[in-house]
Design a protein around this ligand. Structure first.
Ligand code: AMP
Length: 277
């Protein structure tokens, strides 16, 4: 595996390669990331994994400085999976001067995650577009863990006519159901035990909807109440149409419930897809 930090070296290494797959990450890799890498290996001649903690997607009060950076462990994991290139640029490479051109996103980017993290998706879309332009992959892979992010990236690719196929991957979870996340390491032992209740609450909503409940607002309220009673502070729990990410209609067949909630200082996101018969 080549570990490359500059754009010119990367472009040289990628010259003449037929099919390139990109897996963009912020590092501190876990099985969720590795599932994307394994899928990428099956679809391309050359797999590039980018590792970069993107300052554009953090608000001033968020965990940018604290975010775990574990480059040498990450490289070992990628080497074991026979990844071709780890692209590990630093701030000076990606942002030699202040980034003044940012991607303008539609209103869906101001809801749910975007409402609680203003500018987050603009930062994500801008770095992803930069990586797309630098690497020019044929395929790029994203996890359903960040469901709204996946939706926005697909929209950007469609609307900006980017010649890139976007593939997704299911959420990889710990045995108790907690979605794997680099931020799980912020949880203390007691919080880690409690953390699986976010997924359990989403599962209850799913069971209720599949049993025929279609008063989604009251299901959302109920789920928020359950988590609050357990000591969580909840940003949102929203039952949405899977394709449009607008609030679900009782007739919709494919739904998704998005959730974000804080336990102690740690903010977790999760979601669950629901198909109705
Ligand atoms: P991150 O490093 O958190 O920016 O994530 C990089 C990519 O890995 C994104 O496409 C995420 O959606 C994906 N990802 C993170 N955690 C998981 C997980 N538990 N299961 C599946 N994909 C994940």
């Amino acid at each position: 595996m080549k570990v490359i930090s500059t754009i010119s070296e990367l472009r040289t290494a990628l010259k003449g390669i037929n099919k390139i797959a990109l897996v963009p990450t912020m590092g501190n890799l876990h099985e969720g990331h590795l599932a994307l890498v394994r899928k990428a290996k099956k679809c391309a001649d050359c797999v590039v994994v980018s590792i970069y903690v993107n300052p554009l997607q953090f608000l001033p009060n968020e965990d940018f400085n604290q975010y775990p950076r574990t480059l040498s462990e990450d490289c070992k994991l990628l080497q074991n999976l026979d990844v071709d290139i780890a692209f590990v640029p630093d701030d000076k490479i990606l942002f030699p001067v202040k980034q003044k051109i940012l991607v303008l996103l539609p209103p869906v980017a101001d809801q749910f995650e975007g409402k609680f993290r203003p500018g987050f998706f603009r930062g994500v879309a801008t770095i992803v577009l930069k990586l797309f332009n630098i690497i020019q992959p044929d395929i790029a892979l994203f996890g359903k863990k960040d469901y709204q992010q996946l939706h926005i990236i697909r929209l950007m690719v469609q609307q900006l006519d980017l010649p890139i196929e976007i593939l997704d991957e299911e959420i990889i979870r710990a045995s108790d159901g907690l979605a794997l996340s680099s931020r799980n390491r912020y949880l203390n032992d007691i919080q880690r035990i409690e953390a699986c209740h976010l997924y359990q609450t989403l599962n209850t909503v799913k069971t209720d909807i599949q049993a025929g409940q279609n008063r989604f607002a009251s299901l959302e309220e109920n789920a928020v109440r359950v988590l609050k009673t357990r000591g969580w502070s909840v940003d949102y729990i929203a039952v949405l149409n899977q394709v449009s990410l607008i609030p679900a209609h009782p007739e919709d067949k494919a739904l998704v419930v998005l959730a974000a909630a804080r336990i102690g200082q740690t903010r977790l996101i999760d979601n669950i897809e629901i198909l109705k018969s």
